[in-house]
Design a protein around this ligand. Structure first.
Ligand code: SAM
Length: 282
C-alpha cells in the first residue's frame, strides 16, 4: 500500500537520518530496529513501573475493560514496550507474553516486570516464523498504542490472527484515526461562535510520519503510520476477525474554558476496539 512520507510539510521538522533508516528498512521488509529503541530510556522514565498518568487514566482501563480477562487465559501483547501491561494480566492469574522489536525496551521490561510474564524480542510482522510461539495458542492479542507504529498493517493483523485460537479476541487501543492524524490535525478556535473545533487537514491517504520529539526527549524519533479507519476494519475482516465492541474515548483532561470543555467532551481522541476470530469449522 502506498504511503506518503510526511517529512517536512507545514514547517514540521525534517525526517532525521534515523527515521529515514527505519523507513528504508520498512520498505525492504527487513526486521526493523523500531524508532522506539533510541527512546527507550526516556520512555521508561516517563512510564515508570505502573505506567504514565495517561496509561493509568485511559489506556490500561480501556484495554482491560475490553479484554474481559479470565483466569488461566494466555495473552499476547504486541509492541509491549517496557511491559506496563504485564502485571495487570498476571494479577488476573492469566499468562502474559510481550513481544517487542526494541531490545532496549525489552531489557527494561524484563528488569521491571520479569515476574509477571515472558518477553520476546521479535518483529510482530513475523510472528509465524518464531519458534517460541505456536499458532492458535492465545486467547487474546493486545495492541496498546502500538499498532500505529507498525507497518504494513495486513502483515501485523495476519500475525495477530495466526496467534489466536478460534473465538479468541484482539484488542486494539489507538489514537482515533479520524480525529488524530499526526501533524495533520489539531484544535482550532472559532472566535465568532465561541467554540473550539477539531481541524483535520488530511485523512484518506495513508501517511508515514516521523513524530515530533516529546517534551524532555533528546534522542531520536519514532515513526507513526496513519491509515483511515476503513483500512483497520477491512484488514480485520480479511483475517476473519469480527468487531464486537468499539469505543470512542474522549480525553480525561479537564478543559480550561467552556469551549475547551465542550470540545474535549465531544471529540474522541482515542479508539478502542475488540474483534473476535471467527470459527471457520462448521
Ligand atoms: C508507543 S510504544 C507502546 C508500548 C506499550 N504498548 C505501552 O503502551 O507502553 C510502541 C511500541 O511498539 C513497538 N513496535 C513498533 N513496531 C514493532 C514491530 N514491528 N514489532 C514489534 N514491536 C514493534 C515499539 O518498539 C514500541 O515499544
Amino acid at each position: 500500500m502506498a504511503h506518503i512520507v510526511l517529512a517536512c510539510t507545514h514547517g514540521a521538522a525534517r525526517a532525521t537520518s534515523s527515521s529515514n533508516k527505519v523507513l528504508q528498512m520498512l520498505k525492504s521488509n527487513k526486521p526493523i530496529p523500531s524508532g522506539w529503541d533510541q527512546l527507550a530510556e526516556w520512555y521508561d522514565g516517563w512510564m515508570g513501573v505502573a505506567g504514565s498518568h495517561h496509561h493509568r487514566k485511559l489506556a490500561l482501563p480501556a484495554v482491560l475493560d475490553l479484554l474481559q480477562l479470565q483466569s488461566g487465559q494466555h495473552i499476547l501483547d504486541l509492541g509491549a514496550g517496557q511491559g506496563v501491561l504485564a502485571p495487570f494480566i498476571s494479577q488476573h492469574n492469566a499468562t502474559y507474553v510481550g513481544v517487542d522489536v526494541s531490545p532496549r525496551l525489552l531489557n527494561l521490561a524484563r528488569r521491571r516486570h520479569a515476574a509477571h510474564g515472558r518477553f520476546i524480542h521479535a518483529d510482530a510482522r513475523h510472528l509465524p516464523r518464531l519458534q517460541h510461539l505456536s499458532p492458535a495458542s492465545f486467547d487474546a492479542v493486545v495492541f496498546m498504542l502500538s499498532i500505529e507504529d507498525m507497518e504494513p498493517l495486513n502483515q501485523v493483523i495476519h500475525a495477530a490472527s495466526w496467534a489466536l485460537r478460534e473465538g479468541g479476541r484482539v484488542v486494539i487501543l489507538m489514537r482515533h484515526p479520524c480525529f488524530r492524524v499526526p501533524r495533520q490535525s489539531g484544535w482550532g478556535h472559532d472566535e465568532q461562535r465561541k467554540l473550539q473545533y477539531r481541524r483535520v487537514d488530511r485523512y484518506l491517504t495513508p501517511l508515514s510520519v516521523p513524530m515530533k520529539p516529546y517534551p524532555g526527549q533528546s534522542r531520536g524519533v519514532s515513526i507513526s503510520f496513519h491509515r483511515p479507519l476503513g483500512h483497520y476494519i477491512n484488514e480485520l475482516v480479511q483475517q476473519n476477525l469480527l468487531i464486537d465492541s468499539l469505543r470512542e474515548i474522549t480525553t480525561y483532561q479537564q478543559g480550561q474554558t467552556t469551549a475547551e470543555q465542550d470540545a474535549f467532551a465531544e471529540i474522541p481522541l482515542f479508539l478502542a476496539l475488540r474483534a473476535r476470530k471467527l470459527s471457520l469449522t462448521p
